[in-house]
Design a protein around this ligand. Structure first.
Ligand code: GLC
Ligand code: CA
Length: 597
């Protein structure tokens, strides 16, 4: 078969969590009508495609990640006809569409589960059913749900326990059963035949459970995860999906991969023989936490830079491709975590520049581009999300106010508040009563206001996106962190023969005086992107203002300056492949930044 084009490498994607994006009919729930209204906006961000969080009919125990019908579009989102119109419209614009594929589990309302609990064939063996064990503890094993609590619930009708790695309303499918895998292939073909361009595969690393479902290591949380994450047959199943379905279509596949090291990632996404194209790995979100954001520590920049650099290097060496992101529907807002709400716009720009010029395919999550921040609701009863509720319940040892503070910091519901379009009622999200609280900062943080301000975060995203696409070095160059130990600066270079891009991002809320790393003379560079309008030099250095960021280009080749989009051409020939131009040891890291008085 011919080499795949891997068009996704030249693209940027926008993630939509449909319920909160834009309500088109006034019922308070975001929908596809709303998305259609906003396609010009999405395109104005230089996005080439959209990943939709689940659009399927669902009882919404986990907002769409509990699917009740895999082959339809929920009525509240506008139904199938509107979806088909959307696919057509996106393709007319030359844009791609990626569907969420949730196949580790279904909703407990799915007809398969309803039939399975009654013991009806062929569905009887579609899920993991186990009898109660003799003795004091009747549970089949000691696994825990990733949403806290036991991973087993009792079903009266069947008279057995069923496994659910997430909420009790999300029973795990038994992929060991070939009939279940055939169902999954049918679902894939159904959407690919409708014209979708690929899938984001939910918790795909967890779809294979070990034979006999043995007890897990007695961890305090997520017990059993070492057994079912990267389970014994996960690669065999994914190979089968690739061979039987995906290889017959020109589509992209993205796997969600919690708790995954780069070495493990390569087994999924190596270009020679991997089963998927990219992974959503969680190291991008560990700069302030150990396991999940509910086990927090203060944001520590050197750790995050180490994680970034590690993935950049390992995927490059292993001939695989990174997916770059700062936010999605599962994490609190990044400005509230890694940046500063006081310097909201400035820190939003520094964060954008920190990740957008790395090597890989960037994803931007709705609202990230205008710097939406965490919501802080007065009581746990105001929160809707099952994970937030259960994490809160699990924090038994903390005081009430400490628990709530943790929720403010970590709840993924902070990234699910309605999109802030205007300073009008409900932030312009809906003409009715929105399904969830709008962050009250919508009066000052909204799209309309930022459209009008040339120096807004929104317009910075646009310039950054446009720039990244115009520079082949961003696609092909090597990545190197030039100040890995700096506590307050992320300074990195991207190099391809003769061309060097230098990205400088301050994470300090004070001024810093900055001198470039050896081998760089800022006076000889061309400043291509900046976050403060009057970015000046003082000799070969400058004062960086709070969270200031700058991108410089160094080249002797004029061709490297705004070149045509890389599209499907392989420009590595033009650059002679990735090569590091500056001979300087990465270990040499005199802390050069000093606070100015
Ligand atoms: C993934 C989804 C998350 C969901 C979970 C269970 O992590 O991104 O939102 O709750 O899987 O489907
Ligand atoms: Ca609606």
């Amino acid at each position: 078969m011919a080499e795949r084009t891997r068009w996704y490498k030249d693209m940027c994607f926008y993630q939509i969590w449909p319920r909160s994006f834009k309500d088109g009919n006034g019922d308070g729930i975001g929908d596809l009508q709303g998305v259609l209204e906003k396609l010009d906006y999405i395109q104005s961000l230089h996005m080439d495609g959209i990943w939709f969080s689940p659009l399927y009919p669902s009882p919404n125990a986990d907002y769409g990640y509990d699917v009740a019908d895999y082959m339809d579009i929920a009525g509240e989102f506008g139904g199938m006809e509107l979806f088909e119109q959307l696919v057509e419209e996106l393709h007319r614009r030359g844009m791609k569409i990626i569907m969420d594929l949730v196949i580790n589990h279904t909703s407990d309302q799915h007809p398969w589960f309803q039939a399975s609990r009654r013991g009806l064939e062929p569905y009887k063996g579609y899920y993991y059913w186990r009898p109660a064990r003799e003795g004091k503890n009747p549970l089949p094993n000691n696994w825990q749900s990733l949403f806290e609590g036991d991973a087993w619930s009792w079903d009266e009708e069947r008279g057995a326990y069923y496994l659910h790695l997430f909420s009790p309303h999300q029973p795990d499918l038994n992929l060991r059963n070939p009939a279940v895998r055939e169902e999954i292939k049918k679902i894939m073909r159904f959407w690919l035949d409708k014209g979708v361009d690929g899938f984001r595969e939910d918790v795909i690393t967890m779809i294979s459970k070990p034979r006999g479902l043995p007890d897990g290591f007695p961890l305090p949380t997520a017990r059993g995860i070492e057994l079912y994450n990267h389970g014994p047959s996960v690669h065999a199943y994914l190979q089968e999906f690739r061979h039987d379905v995906l290889s017959r279509y020109d589509c992209v596949t993205i796997g969600e991969a919690p708790m995954t090291r780069p070495g493990q990632a390569l087994e999924y996404i190596r270009e020679d023989g991997g089963e998927l194209d990219m992974l959503i790995q969680f190291d991008a979100m560990r700069g302030d936490s150990f396991f999940t954001s509910y086990s927090p520590h203060p944001f520590f920049l050197p750790k995050q830079k180490y994680l970034w650099a590690r993935w950049q290097r390992r995927m490059d060496e292993g001939k695989a491709w990174n997916l770059l992101y700062l936010e999605n529907h599962d994490h609190a807002r990044v400005i509230s975590r890694y940046g500063s709400e006081k310097y909201r716009s400035e820190s939003g720009k520094a964060l954008a520049a920190s990740y957008l010029f790395q090597k890989g395919t960037p994803f931007v999550y709705q609202g990230q581009e205008i710097g939406m921040t965490n919501i802080r609701l007065d009581s746990i009863d105001c929160y809707e999300d099952v994970q937030t509720q259960r994490k809160y319940a699990g924090m038994k040892r903390l005081r009430e106010d400490q628990r709530l503070k943790r929720v403010w910091r970590a709840s993924r519901e902070s990234s699910r508040t309605p999109m802030q379009w205007t300073d009008g009622p409900h932030g312009g999200f809906s003409e009715g009563e929105p399904w969830f609280y709008v962050n009250q900062n919508y009066r000052s943080v909204n799209v309309l206001q930022q459209e009008e301000d040339p120096n807004s975060l929104l317009n910075f995203y646009r310039r950054a996106m446009e720039l990244r696409k115009s520079l082949p070095v961003v696609r092909f160059g090597s990545y190197r962190d030039l100040r890995p130990l700096s506590l307050r600066l992320h300074v990195y270079e991207r190099c391809a023969r003769g061309v060097r891009l230098l990205v400088i991002c301050s994470y300090a809320d004070k001024e810093l005086s900055f001198r470039p790393p050896r081998g760089y003379d800022l006076r000889k560079g061309r400043l291509l992107l900046w976050s403060y309008p009057d970015a000046e030099l003082r000799g070969n250095g400058c004062t960086l203002r709070p969270y200031e960021c700058r991108v410089y280009l160094f080249t002797d080749k004029e061709e490297a300056l705004p070149a045509p989009r890389a599209e499907e051409t392989d420009l590595s020939e033009f650059y002679g492949g990735a090569e590091t131009a500056v001979e300087e040891s990465g270990e040499e890291m005199a802390e050069q930044e000093a606070e100015t008085p």
